[in-house]
Design a protein around this ligand. Structure first.
Ligand code: GRF
Length: 208
């Protein structure tokens, strides 16, 4: 199978982006990141991209009249770069319906909890871990899923759990979960690029 052209959308530090870059460079993922796009000018992920010779573009939402036009600009960039697979790696904006339709079953997101717990509108970043600790669950984790029109509702590709210890803080939990994210996001991208993922309704089967 030929190498998959990847576009990565970020809003922050980009440690998940880095994990994907590392596995591409190690020859584990049969893909190439053609562009990294951020809605935040100072996102460190843009620096990570540039350090690896990857095109890094900041798109300022304020320059667009509405969310659809902002999304159209991102689509335009992805099309120019012939992107087949879009990875949301800590991207904090909701994609437009048009975007999701255009890249149906070709958008992957990483979420720092075990979906369907602690997900959906308002559950992002540290907030997720705060809510996990507040609720008192004993297990949390991370989920990689395809993106559909809802918030964190698409078919699940991979999940992995971590134990919530008694003395856990938001910081320690975030660190623990990030370690898992850095494993399962690149793994899911690898499986996608090797054409090993088969979507059957809500279920994603991994072919041998
Ligand atoms: C991760 O926890 C990811 O699951 C969430 O935002 C965080 C991004 O971290 N959506 P990074 O920018 O990849 O370091």
């Amino acid at each position: 199978m030929s190498s998959v052209n990847i576009g990565v959308l970020i809003s922050g530090g980009g440690s998940n982006l880095q994990a994907v870059i590392d596995d591409i460079n190690a020859g584990v993922i049969n893909g190439k990141i053609q562009v990294v796009i951020s809605n935040k000018k100072d996102a460190y992920g843009l620096v990570r991209a540039k350090n690896h010779g990857i095109d890094a573009i900041y798109v300022d939402k304020r320059k667009f009249e509405n969310n659809n036009d902002f999304n159209r600009e991102i689509i335009k960039i992805l099309e120019e770069k012939n992107v087949d697979l879009v990875i949301l790696a800590g991207y904090l904006k909701i994609l437009s319906e048009e975007f999701v339709k255009k890249y149906q079953s070709r958008i992957i997101n990483i979420h720092p909890s075990l979906i369907p717990s602690f997900c959906g509108m308002g559950y992002y970043g540290r907030k997720v871990h705060e809510k996990v600790l507040e609720y008192g669950v004993k297990i949390t984790g991370a989920t990689v899923h395809f993106v559909d029109e809802g918030a964190d509702t698409g078919s699940i590709i991979l999940q992995e759990a971590v134990i919530v210890d008694d003395n856990e803080t938001v910081d320690t939990l975030q660190k623990k979960v990030l370690e898992i994210e850095h494993k399962i996001l690149p793994k899911a991208v690898q499986l996608y690029c090797d054409d090993k993922l088969e979507i059957k309704g809500r279920k994603v089967h991994v072919r041998n």
